[in-house]
Design a protein around this ligand. Structure first.
Ligand code: HEM
Ligand SMILES: [Cu+2]
Length: 561
């Protein structure tokens, strides 16, 4: 059996990486936390501008900072953290060879070069197109070329991960792959299949169009390709958080995996139902047959199954662990969870935020209710709960042990306490900002808009108070960001030397073997592609066949100023 005995597992969890490996994984973390600081500052400025009490100095365009914020937090921070974390997971569970490490570095430098290209282009005002870069807004070609480099760099990382597992499997015939390696491969498979869509849009449509090699662009095709990618993108952010919830948190609370097979099945379902659903972002878009919108919405709601499986198994782990420790009363086990351990506390708050976050998601994906909230600041409130709280707090929860494990330092009591304070600051700031955004959205307040009183009007007056509240919440959040970056720097350079555990949970000795079908990649990739073909082929033919004339690039008022 592949299951390590407890002694082996403890040894592995405490064994530090060779310096060469740790350096690769840490490089991704540096980009992550630098992004957090820059992106967070932009977020703060946005709330200030939208409050109506502040104008940006030096003639800086609001849409420049909004593009920086969306790109650097939504695309750069997430992708770098995920790939660095997953490399560390693979290194820990299946190992990395010298050659694979070199290829890992290639992926890092490609992604970083692409990021710098895109970032500079945005900062000089040549790409005010927001992180969705909808046509016909046009940016300087360097922006799209930078994005393409980031995507291709991430594919290099993905294929390295596939190779790592493949090599391990060959050396461990008949054994099931380690759970976290399996999960990483699922996430990267989803990423590669999904990002093909956006890569086609960028390479075939945007780059030639922005270079002037083609006159017009098919707007609906580009947006459809974007959302073919855009929904799985949010699962790409979420799955690493799920990895921690399923396979790391049980260890931190002193328990075992709830069910290895259930976790694998949930990940497979997420792969199947992540991609054929992009139309739920295009419900108000003309030019797409409502029947296909309906079909994709139904497929969207299938995500309820793996989500509830996840919620069930996490709370079951909490309860069984507590009961094994002897807490008998109905909820006694709950009180005894390690509330003072930030490696648990931060992700736990993230899980709680996922309850209102998930409910909001159901509203967004429902055709009729979507009409009410579409393009309002409600949507921004929604994804600050999901990505910027559930996911980000879980990433922070991972960083508290991963960073010191990589640098050979310790998460001291004092830093742990600062982490708890950080989590509370985040929760308070986000509750204020996100609630105000949700309400203002229901009152019709638009997202992606600098301050305006829209030439007066009583409805606009109802928004002002909520915009002020967002500035207050945003300020508190920014304090949280500064504190987090401080903790990161401490853990990276100054905390006392020592060994911080890499907490991977083990299966119970009497766990049943996982069914072999769970690792039959041909089956799962086959069904994934079949579902995508079903959901997209006919509407895509429709869209192309009935498309109106394409659009020339628009560079003003936003785009390239
Ligand atoms: C200090 C913390 C933060 C503040 C104050 C903040 C504030 C804001 C505001 C006010 C907007 C909407 C502006 C508009 O629609 O005109 C926004 C958009 C956005 N935020 Fe944040 N945010 C913060 C942190 C984060 C984090 C941590 C993430 C992701 C990891 C994130 C991701 C996004 C994204 C993707 C957008 C959408 C940009 C767009 O619509 O083009 N934010 N943020
Ligand atoms: Cu979606």
């Amino acid at each position: 059996m592949a299951v390590l005995n407890d002694l082996d597992a403890t040894k592995r969890n405490l064994q530090l990486f060779p310096k060469k490996d740790a350096r690769l994984y840490m490089s991704f973390m540096f980009v992550t936390f630098a992004s957090l600081l820059i992106g967070g500052l932009m977020g703060l400025l946005q709330t200030f501008v939208r409050s109506g009490r502040f104008t940006l100095p030096f003639n800086i365009n609001y849409y420049t900072i909004l593009t920086v914020h969306g790109v650097i937090l939504g695309l750069v921070l997430t992708t770098f953290f995920i790939i660095g974390f997953q490399f560390a997971l693979m290194g820990k569970t299946v190992g990395i060879s010298n050659k694979q490490r070199t290829v890992g570095w290639i992926s890092f430098w490609m992604m970083l070069t692409g990021t710098v290209m895109a970032a500079v282009t945005i900062l000089v005002g040549q790409a005010n197109v927001l992180y969705t870069f909808y046509a016909p807004l046009a940016a300087h070609p360097a922006f799209y070329i930078g994005l393409a480099l980031v995507i291709i760099g991430s594919w290099v990382a993905a294929f390295t991960n596939f190779r790592q597992l493949y090599v391990w499997k060959k050396a461990h015939k008949g054994e099931k792959s380690p759970l976290l390696a399996f999960m990483t491969v699922i996430n990267m498979l989803m990423w590669v299949i999904a990002s093909l869509g956006v890569a086609i849009a960028v390479v075939v449509q945007f780059i030639p169009w922005s270079l002037g090699m083609t006159d017009t662009i098919n707007v609906l095709v580009s947006r459809t390709l974007f959302w073919y990618f855009g929904h799985p993108l949010v699962y790409f952010w979420l799955l690493p958080a799920y990895m921690a919830w399923y396979a790391i948190i049980p260890k931190i609370i002193g328990g075992k995996l709830f069910s290895d097979s259930l976790a694998r099945m949930a990940f497979i379902l997420l792969l199947l139902f992540s991609i054929p659903v992009g139309f739920h972002h295009q419900l108000t878009e003309p030019g797409i047959d409502p029947t296909w919108k309906f079909i994709q919405v139904v497929l969207t709601f299938m995500v309820v199954i793996p989500s509830l499986m996840t919620a069930f198994s996490i709370f079951a782990t909490f309860e069984t662990t507590g009961r094994k420790k002897g807490y008998k009363s109905l909820f006694g086990w709950f009180k005894k969870l390690p509330w003072g351990d930030v490696r648990f506390f931060a992700p736990f708050v993230g899980m709680v935020a996922f309850i209102p976050g998930g409910i909001g998601g159901i509203i967004n994906a429902s055709h009729q209710m979507n009409a009410l909230v579409h393009n309002t600041i409600w949507v921004t409130g929604h994804f600050h709960l999901t990505i910027a709280t559930t996911v980000i707090l879980t990433y922070f929860g991972i960083a508290y042990w991963l960073v010191p494990h990589l640098t050979g330092r310790r998460l001291t009591k004092q830093l742990n306490k600062l982490g708890i304070i950080q989590t509370i600051i985040w929760t308070v700031g986000m509750s204020i900002m996100s609630t105000a955004m949700h309400i203002q959205g229901l009152l019709g307040g638009p997202r992606r808009s600098a301050f305006s009183n829209y030439a007066g009007g009583s409805q606009v007056d109802t928004w002002i108070g909520y915009q002020l509240a967002q500035a207050i919440g945003g300020t508190i959040l920014f304090v949280g960001i500064v504190l987090m970056v401080y903790i990161f720097i401490k853990l990276a350079f100054f905390a006392p030397k020592g060994v911080e555990e890499f907490p991977i949970a083990e299966e119970d000795e009497d766990a049943q073997a996982a069914p072999k079908i769970l690792e039959n990649w041909y089956v799962w990739i086959g069904i994934t592609i079949a579902l995508i073909a079903f959901a997209y082929t006919i509407p895509m033919i429709d869209i192309i066949k009935h498309s109106p004339p394409g659009s020339v690039p628009f560079k003003f008022p936003i785009g390239r100023s």
